[in-house]
Design a protein around this ligand. Structure first.
Ligand code: GMT
Length: 380
């Protein structure tokens, strides 16, 4: 049966937006009508699709508003769409402020006798950093409890949510997922040659260069790898607030010539396809979607052991998970992988096999089944 589904997410270069967008496409492919709401079109919602409509939420300026109230504009938008597009359910990604706007919309519609199920997917910093900040915590706590269904992207995040908040709802774990066809190893030797010499290893990192990603540890680890005499190039994909200090660090550590800042890339899988190693030294990471995409391309990962990362980066199997900030350990583990072709090949195969557990189709079916359960519980 086809449903009319409202999806709300952030459009930015970041995990929750990618999940919301890819889920929308997957649901559309299964015959559902999707209405995507955000303040800008997400990067991956690029192709025309008759089953996906994009609704931009605009916030009008007014001289009194130093901080224009996006959450209120979004709630109004939700009310309109639920009413006029007959949404069967509303699925919001990232609790702040989406879950609170959804609660408001639900209250407004409740007065008119309409009851649309609201599902919240918790992604990460909405719980571990921003959501736990006292300036947001009571509102986030209340709003999550008001959702009709709540999912978290890892066991770790589920536990963190229960320990940081007073949640009296069952939280279902539905993990991040990957398109195994798109993210697979392809032969891009010409591309590899354009980056470095044949005997040079290629190390990559993808993120939004926020503090939580500890991008400086990527460069420090890379410098230590180079100091050990391993010939390698570092590809930094993405962009964000830490980029300028990071470029300065590259100069300080004399690794500029071997480091390429590639910015935000559309076809990340092409770069991952020529990579020998992926680094993810985050201070906090509830799942680590970028690591999963690398693994799907057969790239071993050396990461920190933050949050949910050890759920996918199996130590000694698909890569190594080292203590947060321990760049000596990360460099030593990286060197092991880069200098041992057999270990590298075994880990590459294990990484792909692990990624296959997170097959997009299987996980989207899990979301569909969860929608059905929540709707049935509400008598829809
Ligand atoms: O930190 C980011 O890159 C974005 C962030 C977000 O909240 O959008 O990502 C979180 O959600 C992703 C998708 O569920 C997870 O894969 C990331 O691990 C998580 N990031 C953090 O916990 C820092």
């Amino acid at each position: 049966m086809a449903w009319n589904i409202g999806i709300v997410g952030y459009p930015t270069y970041g995990g929750s937006g990618v999940v919301a967008t890819e889920l929308s496409k997957g649901l559309a492919a299964r015959g559902h009508n999707v209405h995507f709401m955000s303040y800008a079109r997400p990067q991956r919602l690029d192709a025309f699709n008759t089953k996906i409509q994009y609704h931009e939420v605009t916030v009008n300026a007014y001289p009194l508003f130093e901080f224009p109230p996006y959450d209120l504009a979004l709630a109004s938008h939700m009310v309109n769409l639920i009413e006029y597009q007959n949404l069967d359910l509303l699925h919001v990604h990232y609790a702040i402020p989406h879950t609170t706007s959804a609660f408001l919309a639900k209250q407004i519609l409740g007065e008119r006798g309409a009851h649309v199920p609201i599902i919240t997917t918790l992604h990460g910093t909405d719980i571990t950093i921003v959501g736990s900040d006292p300036s947001y915590l009571p509102v986030v706590n209340f709003s999550i409890n008001q959702s009709d269904g709540v999912t978290a992207v890892s066991d770790y995040l589920r536990q963190e949510t229960y320990s940081r908040f007073d949640i009296h709802r069952e939280i279902e774990v539905i993990p991040n997922f990957v398109d195994l066809n798109r993210f697979r190893r392809t032969q891009k030797q010409h591309f590899r040659r354009a980056i470095g010499h044949d005997d040079e290893m290629i190390i990559s990192h993808v993120s939004n260069f926020r503090k939580v990603k500890r991008v400086e540890d990527v460069v420090i680890t890379f410098a230590k790898i180079r100091q050990a005499g391993v010939r390698a190039k570092l590809l930094m994909l993405g962009d964000g607030p830490e980029r300028i200090p990071l470029e300065a660090l590259c100069r300080e550590l004399h690794v500029c010539d071997d480091t390429r800042f590639l910015g935000k890339q559309e076809n990340v899988e092409e770069i991952l396809s020529v990579s020998d190693l992926f680094l993810m030294p985050s201070a906090s990471e509830t799942f680590g979607l970028a690591a999963l995409e690398a693994m799907s391309c057969g790239v071993p990962v050396v990461s920190s052991d933050a949050g949910g990362l050890p759920e996918i980066v199996r130590n000694g199997e698909t890569g190594f998970a080292c203590p947060i900030g321990d760049t000596d350990a990360m460099a030593a583990r990286s060197i092991e992988i880069l200098t041992n072709a057999d270990l590298r090949a075994n880990m590459a195969a294990a990484a792909r096999a692990k990624a296959e557990e997170y097959d997009q189709d299987r996980v989207i079916a899990q979301y569909e089944a969860y929608y059905a359960t929540v709707m049935a519980r509400m008598g829809h």
